[in-house]
Design a protein around this ligand. Structure first.
Ligand SMILES: NC(=O)c1ccc[n+]([C@@H]2O[C@H](COP(=O)([O-])OP(=O)(O)OC[C@H]3O[C@@H](n4cnc5c(N)ncnc54)[C@H](O)[C@@H]3O)[C@@H](O)[C@H]2O)c1
Length: 287
């Protein structure tokens, strides 16, 4: 490995199990020489396997519901105490839609669920940065990264209200990133990741078909959770000091594609097949 994060201190949100993107980021950050605190919602700590990751990376776990300012304050205070100083990097890897979980169609939402999903998935990023900013908890040239998805820009019908949450999240990254950069020399970016088979990802309706589609659309294929972790490490490192206010696509090229040969071949195959069936039916009727 490259010692890219040697001596750096961080907070990593969102490692639920070994499939989580945050889990891979924690493993890679550890390999690159960082020390960090792991955090997740109290309920996730009970359901998941985070203590395994904590043992493996020599980290402590501090519970925090990302929608609670009190929890965030406690997390930041304790983290700076445990790590022995200010923070160099923070990963926000949090997403949840109650409407998706309950199977509500986008056109027929329960708005209380919408508010909860927005608070957890999007406003939490503002809350987190606001607490870090007010407490002056970040070192200069520190880096904050949140994970997002391209449904913030384009229509993916089954991504539901998470599309709106991601659009808000990306906007917060730019708006807060301005003040964090100007006042504290901290950079803020979002990584727009390929569909990835994790607990949150697999909750989206039709995920299996969609991940296969994205694979065939992308010249480099889908980016894995581990590859996302590698990219995140580069954004935490000193090699990307002037990258800020960006939404960075990490998707094997998917976001700039119109159509690929592989997708067209599949489409034409079924098109030809349907055409042949229609022709046969017509011939039978004529006889
Ligand atoms: N999996 C994908 O296809 C994909 C693609 C692009 C972006 N993302 C984004 O990546 C991020 C991580 O998701 P993942 O795919 O690793 O799935 P995951 O389910 O492993 O992680 C989601 C995490 O959010 C945490 N969380 C939920 N409510 C919380 C709360 N109130 N407070 C604190 N934490 C809370 C969960 O406990 C969990 O650890 C999310 O922002 C997700 O939207 C995922």
């Amino acid at each position: 490995m490259y010692n890219l994060l040697k001596g750096k201190k961080g907070i990593i949100f969102g490692a639920l199990d070994s499939k989580s993107i945050a889990w891979k980021v924690a493993e890679r950050a550890h390999e690159e020489g960082a020390t960090f605190v792991l955090t997740n919602a109290p309920v996730a700590l009970r359901l998941g396997t985070i203590s395994e990751l904590a043992d493996k990376t020599g980290s402590q776990v501090i519970p925090a519901d990302a929608t609670s300012m009190m929890d965030l304050e406690n997390l930041i205070d304790k983290s700076t105490e445990i790590l022995g100083g200010k923070i160099d990097f923070v990963l926000h890897s949090i997403g949840m839609s109650v409407n998706v979980r309950r199977g509500n169609h986008y056109t027929n939402q329960d708005y209380n669920f919408t508010k909860t999903g927005w608070d957890v998935s999007a406003l939490s990023f503002h809350r987190l940065m606001s607490m870090l900013y007010k407490k002056d908890a970040m070192n200069e040239w520190g880096s904050v990264v949140a994970l997002t998805y391209m449904a913030a820009q384009r229509v993916f019908p089954d991504y539901n209200d998470m599309a709106d949450n991601k659009a808000y999240l990306e906007s917060v990254a730019r708006s807060f990133g301005y003040f964090f950069g100007r006042d504290k020399k901290v950079r803020v970016n979002t990584i727009s990741q390929s569909p990835t088979p994790t607990t949150a990802g697999s909750g989206v309706k039709g995920f299996d078909g969609f991940i296969a589609y994205a694979e065939e659309m992308s010249p480099l294929g889908n980016a894995t959770a581990l590859e996302c972790a590698d990219y995140t490490i580069s954004l935490f490192s000193d090699l990307t000091k002037k990258v800020t206010l960006q939404n960075l696509f990490h998707d094997g090229g998917f976001s700039n594609m119109g159509v690929s040969n592989a997708i067209m071949d599949n489409f034409m195959e079924s098109f030809d097949h349907e055409g042949a069936v229609a022709e046969e039916t017509k011939t039978k009727k004529e006889k």
